[in-house]
Write a protein that binds this ligand. Structure first.
Ligand SMILES: [Zn+2]
Length: 425
């Protein structure tokens, strides 16, 4: 079995690829972020967004690609209403990244190409007419094309996870609906599934198609070379009745743009989270799977765990999980470090919160003072005497919170204990 993948992701830039319109913000009103460039009006000229070039180069670098000395663009010529200038600007031979690979558990999957291209406009299909929104026209995309090195569904899932993790560490929004093309061949003929939206659908399309082709082979039938479409509602692929031939597009050099030198692009240190998870597991003698879960899509966790000494490592993992379980996402490095000195495993939320806020547990000596204060308070207030009901205890909790900055649980414990001892005496 051979599976290859082409994924398209939108890049995290403020403005579009070839003009100064906002790429993602204020998109509610259709056709509000548009200009002659992204509307494809005659006479308009594209100007390359250098930030998109930089992000793409870094993605290519993270995927072990060769980055050519100069990168350039081509026009992919086709006519469609979402592309009024009659061509899409993309890269092909001038791609920012070539011949890379991505490591998954047992192998390397080749990366044929990482290229920059513009997103066309969005077509909204109504019953008997269509509307076009050009806000999306010119949004910067990266197309990542793998070699057909994936040999089963497990590897495909691993590859997708690994790729998304690397993209996330390059600042890409991984919650976006990633558009992919998938090619799968169990026999000789290659079947391409075009325009699958979202990761869940991608896996489901692959599952269906593998099953379909296996069945054909089992029945002694031919698998036809064709392009298919994934139907979300029935979770199956259907023939889109297009002949699968070599690309019929005309590609011509984009002479409105120049050759761009890549030597001056700032390349960041490559971060491969799964590799770091592996190293942390080895170094600290800890479960790799747990560390992967915490760091693959969380830069903060990776930072915290990478900076934790071995003797505190398992406490740090437990602490991060505790923060999750209490739904606390915005804690400082100092708070994290401070919490490492406690055993948080059995701590309830109230105590946990008061520790984060820097409140130390009450010492035995302080407890004595608090008890004396309580006895005195009850003595001085006749309405409190001899009472153990919630209202009275609530009143006393308020007093202790105010005077000793205790949390409710601690206060309640000490009040109940004091009342009990008083009764015995
Ligand atoms: Zn524009």
């Amino acid at each position: 079995m051979k599976i290859g993948l082409e994924v398209h992701v939108a890049l995290p830039t403020k403005t579009k690829l070839f003009c100064n319109d906002l790429a993602y913000e204020n998109q509610d009103i259709p056709n509000s972020n548009v200009c002659p460039v992204c509307l494809g009006l005659p006479g308009s000229k594209p100007v390359l967004n250098k930030k998109a070039l930089e992000i793409s180069a870094n993605i290519a670098n993270s995927l072990n690609c060769k980055i050519p000395a100069k990168t350039s663009f081509v026009r992919k010529v086709y006519f469609y209403p979402d592309l009024p200038k009659g061509y899409q600007i993309t890269q092909l031979d001038g791609a920012i990244g070539k011949e890379g690979y991505i490591s998954i558990k047992n192998k390397k999957v080749g990366i044929r190409r990482v290229q920059i291209e513009e997103d066309p406009a969005k077509i909204l299909r109504e019953k008997d007419y269509s509307l076009i929104d050009f806000n999306r026209s010119g949004v910067p995309l990266n197309e990542i094309v793998t070699e057909p090195d994936i040999e089963n569904l497990e590897e495909l899932k691993e590859l997708i996870k690994e790729l998304r993790s690397i993209l996330y560490y390059n600042g890409v929004d991984i919650n976006q609906e990633i558009k992919s093309d998938l090619n799968i061949s169990l026999a000789e003929n290659r079947v391409e599934i075009k325009n699958v939206t979202g990761i869940k659908n991608l896996i489901s399309a692959a599952e269906y198609e593998i099953q379909r082709q296996s069945q054909l082979i089992k029945d002694g039938k031919d698998v036809i070379m064709e392009t298919r479409t994934y139907k979300e509602d029935t979770e199956e692929t259907v023939s889109s009745r297009e002949k699968e031939t070599e690309e019929e597009y005309g590609f011509i050099f984009e002479s409105d743009l120049t050759f761009y030198e890549t030597s001056n692009i700032k390349l960041n240190k490559v971060v491969i989270p799964s590799k770091i998870a592996h190293e942390l597991a080895e170094k600290n003698g800890y479960s790799e799977e747990t560390i992967r879960e915490l760091v693959m899509f969380n830069k903060r966790n990776l930072y915290l765990l990478s900076n934790t000494p071995k003797e505190d490592f398992s406490k740090a993992v437990a602490l991060i999980e505790k923060f999750y379980s209490f739904g606390i996402m915005d804690y400082s490095d100092n708070q994290f470090e401070m919490m490492l000195k406690y055993d948080v495993s059995s701590m309830d939320k109230g105590t946990f919160m008061s520790r984060i806020e820097g409140k130390e547990p009450i010492k035995e000596a302080d407890k004595k003072e608090i008890e004396e204060y309580l006895i005195l308070t009850i003595k001085q207030d006749s309405t409190l005497q001899g009472r153990e009901d919630e209202k009275a205890i609530g009143f006393l909790i308020g007093k202790l919170k105010q005077k000793y900055h205790m949390d409710s649980k601690e206060a309640k414990e000490i009040i109940e204990k004091t009342i009990k001892t008083q009764k015995v005496n």
